[in-house]
Design a protein. Sequence first.
Length: 163
Amino acid sequence: MSLAARVDSDTQLARLLQIGVVLEEVVEARAHRHYRTLPEAERDDVIEALLEEASEESHEHRRRLENLIDDLDATSVPFDEVKELVGNQYAKTKPEDFDGVLYDQLHGEETAYKFYDDLIDAVEASDAEFGVDRSKLLDTLRDIREEEARGVEEVANMMEERA
């Protein structure tokens, strides 16, 4: 999904943050699914820890994004509309489209990183006043983006070690 060049209103920001919430839900759900369906032969403590950590991180990211949304003076976009948007833009692939759990996890981490990177750029390009403190907003988004970057690096390193 291509974000607008800048974010100009609380409503637009709320919608983008809601997209982040749903994107995190997709990542969490896929990590849970992998965790539950991983064949016994492929199970090990490292993979299980990675998937559990990814799930917990996504849950925490959702909580932080929802707190930002609560601070905005905006009407929420219906959940089904946001979910459909995320499905059309970010969740076109299914876990089975990838050659293994790690490839799917890497895809999710990279997708989330890119989304937050674009959102930060759009907020920084805006001179709009938001119902949430701009510093708090950007700090939160940068922290989440950094955690996604670490996730990308962790999964990529694990894939390299197992190659």
